[in-house]
Design a protein around this ligand. Structure first.
Ligand code: CA
Ligand code: ZN
Length: 315
C-alpha cells in the first residue's frame, strides 16, 4: 500500500447498496488517502503528456481532496426474498460542481478528458476500440446537453490515475484532465474500495474538490456547492468487457454511466428483484445503480438530470 502525499480524506459519501456490507471506504483505501506527507512511489513515468492543461503546481497548490466515490455494481443473482426492493435512489442535488472558467483549472471554458492505457488483462478488445467506445459515451453526454458543454480530449496513450498512484496501482500523481478514464485495474484495487468490491464493482468514479488554505472546501462561484477539482473513473478488469450491446459487459454502456457521475449525476431509480433473481429498474435509466443490460443512449430522465446541473454552464 502506497501512502498519499498531498491529499487528505475529508469525507466519503457513499451510495448505499443492499449488497455492500459497508457504506464507507475500506480501511485500506481510507488509510492510503489520509496519510499526508509520505513519499509517493511505484508511479509510472507519464512520458510526453501535455501538462499545460493541468500544471502539477496548480494541483498541489489548491489542495484537491477526495469527496466521494460512486460505483456501479454488476447484476448478481441472489437468494433474496421475492420482489424485494433493493434500491430507491432519488435524484439528489450535487454536492460538488465544476466552476465555469475556474482559474485553478486554467480558466478554460471546455471540460478536458483523458483516457489512460492501463489494462491488466487482455479481454479481447483492442485499445483503440476501448478508446472509441469511451469517446462515443462522452460525445453522447455533450450532444445531449442543454448548455454549452464542450469536451476536449487530451490526447495520450499513457498511464494516468491519481487514486491508483496513491495506493500502488501505477497511475500518475497528478491529474492531466478534468475527467479521467484511468484504465482497467485488477480486482485488488476494487477490494481496497469496499470489502470484496473486486467481485461486484464494475467501475467507480472518484470526485475531488478543492480545499482552501483554511482547510475548508471552496465555493468561489458562491453557488452553494463545493468546487470540483477533477473526477476519475476506473474499470474493474475482473469482468469480461465487451464492445457489444448483446454480451456483458458493454464498455460503452458502463462508460456512459460513469461519465454521468463525472458530470455530477447521482444514481436514481427504484430497483426490484424478481422471483428469478433478476433486477429491474423503474424508471430504466443510464444512472440506475446496477448494470442490468447494455444502455448506450441517455434516457429522458438522465437528460433532465444533466440539464438541471449544467444549464448555467458557460453563461
Ligand atoms: Ca461552487
Ligand atoms: Zn454509478
Amino acid at each position: 500500500m502506497k501512502p498519499l502525499s498531498t491529499l487528505l480524506l475529508a469525507s466519503a459519501s457513499w451510495m448505499l447498496f443492499s449488497c455492500a456490507k459497508k457504506d464507507e471506504l475500506s480501511d485500506h483505501l481510507a488509510d492510503a488517502l489520509s496519510s499526508p506527507g509520505k513519499q509517493v512511489s511505484g508511479v509510472n513515468k507519464p512520458g510526453d503528456l501535455d501538462y499545460t492543461v493541468m500544471p502539477a503546481s496548480a494541483f498541489s497548490k489548491h489542495h484537491p481532496v477526495l469527496l466521494k466515490a460512486e460505483y456501479m455494481r454488476c447484476q448478481k443473482r441472489g437468494n433474496n426474498d421475492n420482489a424485494t426492493i433493493l434500491y430507491n435512489d432519488k435524484k439528489t442535488k450535487p454536492d460538488a460542481e465544476f466552476v465555469t472558467r475556474d482559474p485553478r483549472r486554467g480558466g478554460r471554458r471546455v471540460i478536458t478528458y483523458a483516457i489512460g492505457n492501463a489494462y491488466t488483462r487482455d479481454f479481447g478488445v483492442s485499445k483503440q476500440a476501448v478508446n472509441n467506445a469511451i469517446d462515443r459515451a462522452m460525445n453522447n453526454w455533450s450532444e445531449s446537453s442543454c448548455s454549452r458543454l464542450i469536451f476536449k480530449k487530451v490526447t495520450n496513450e499513457e498511464s494516468i490515475g491519481y487514486v491508483a498512484s496513491q495506493i500502488g496501482f501505477g497511475g500518475w500523481p497528478t491529474n492531466i484532465a478534468d475527467l479521467q478514464h484511468a484504465g482497467f485495474l485488477p480486482r485488488g484495487f476494487f477490494d481496497a474500495l469496499t470489502p470484496d468490491g473486486g467481485s461486484f464493482v464494475l467501475a467507480v468514479t472518484f470526485t475531488f474538490v478543492y480545499f482552501g488554505d483554511d482547510g475548508l472546501p471552496t465555493d468561489i462561484d458562491h453557488n452553494g456547492v463545493n468546487d470540483v477539482a477533477f473526477r476519475e473513473t476506473y474499470y474493474n478488469d475482473n469482468f469480461n468487457w465487451r464492445n457489444s450491446q448483446n454480451t456483458d459487459y458493454d464498455i460503452e454502456s458502463v462508460a456512459l454511466h460513469e461519465t454521468g457521475h463525472a458530470l455530477g449525476l447521482s444514481h436514481f431509480g427504484t430497483g426490484y428483484q424478481l422471483r428469478n433473481g433478476d433486477i429491474r429498474f423503474r424508471p430504466r435509466a443510464v444512472m440506475n445503480a446496477v448494470y442490468v443490460g447494455s444502455m448506450r443512449h441517455l434516457q429522458r430522465e438522465d437528460k433532465s438530470f444533466q440539464c438541471s446541473i449544467w444549464n448555467d454552464w458557460n453563461q
